[in-house]
Design a protein around this ligand. Structure first.
Ligand SMILES: *[C@@H]1O[C@H](CO)[C@@H](O)[C@H](O)[C@H]1NC(C)=O
Ligand SMILES: *[C@@H]1O[C@H](CO)[C@@H](O)[C@H](O)[C@H]1NC(C)=O
Length: 284
């Protein structure tokens, strides 16, 4: 294939442009979830590889709310957006601090960095922030019955109070996570609260078959945990009890015998010590 001079020019020009790409990837570090009224820090790391910085811009969605321009005075500019209160005294070319965050702060945040002449390279990266409303109390847990037999199937429902966003519900038996296939998200109901946005009530159901191994000394603990990211966790526990102590298989009986035998054995060292003390006493 022949390459014409004009194609050569194009190829060389593109190589030149790609070679000029002075900005490396931008690293953004923002919290995934925060609470209303928190103060939060959004960080943006970039490497200009020696090129001069032209601007750093922060956007929420498509709207710019903070700009840093080293060539201008003052170098920072803030554009008003609902719920966003930039703490200018703490904001730098690499960081923006937001005070007293409001529910409206929830959304996608983008940091966009441009290098100055001659390359004017622009790169950006983004992440999502949830400003959560945690449920006001632990979830409620309703189980069919508390007294159960080995072999029974029992069902339970866990319902959370309204939250934003919807909670994740997980189940535990004796402190061990129950695999998700045994539970079912029944419904997530949107509710309008007095606050400015929708809240959600999550209901999760579980079906368990009771096994011999479910019980520890005739009891088992079933709990449901509602969580929002890593910042909220609410738990409710119910105790399941073995309905009627069943006739024990002989292996269980023998282990009981061993247990009482064990108690006899524990008396032995005490006796030895007493006899020993007596001998010392007599020999004095
Ligand atoms: C759980 O919820 C389902 C669906 O609403 C209902 O049919 C069931 O009776 C509930 N079970 C308990 C133990 O409350
Ligand atoms: C729910 O769990 C999923 C999977 O672990 C996770 O990606 C998501 O962030 C969680 N959502 C909430 C609200 O905690």
């Amino acid at each position: 294939m022949e390459i014409s001079p004009s194609q050569w020019i194009l190829i060389m020009f593109s190589t030149f442009i790609i070679g000029m790409d002075s900005l490396k990837e931008i690293e953004i570090s923002i919290p995934v979830a925060v609470r209303v009224r928190d103060t939060i820090s959004l960080q943006c790391k970039y490497d200009l590889e020696g090129e001069p910085l032209y601007t750093v811009k922060w956007y929420k969605g498509t709207k710019e709310f903070f700009r840093f321009v080293p060539k201008e005075l003052p170098n920072t500019k803030v554009f008003a957006l609902p719920g966003i209160d930039v703490d200018l005294s703490k904001s730098t070319p690499n960081e923006v601090v937001l005070r007293n965050v409001q529910p409206e702060v929830t959304g996608r945040y983008k940091c966009e960095v441009s290098s100055d002449a001659p390359y004017f390279d622009t790169k950006w990266n983004s992440g999502y922030i949830y400003v959560i409303d945690a449920p006001l109390d632990d979830p409620s847990l309703l189980i069919e019955k508390n007294y159960v037999d080995v072999g029974d199937f029992i069902t339970g429902n866990c319902t959370t109070l309204p939250s934003y966003p919807a909670t994740n519900v997980s189940w535990y038996l004796n402190g061990k996570r129950i695999p998700e296939r045994f539970s079912k998200k029944l419904e997530v109901t949107p509710e309008f609260m007095s606050s400015r946005r929708k809240h959600y009530v999550t209901m999760s159901g579980i079906e368990l078959q009771i096994m011999e191994s479910t019980f520890q000394n005739g009891k088992a603990f079933l709990s449901c945990v509602a969580s929002l990211f890593n910042i909220y966790r609410g738990e409710r526990k119910e105790v399941l009890e073995e309905a009627k102590p069943r006739p024990r298989p002989s292996s269980v009986l023998s282990s009981r015998d061993e247990r009482s035998g064990g108690q006899q054995l524990e008396i032995l060292p005490t006796l030895i010590v007493l006899v020993f003390l007596l001998i010392i006493y007599v020999h004095r």
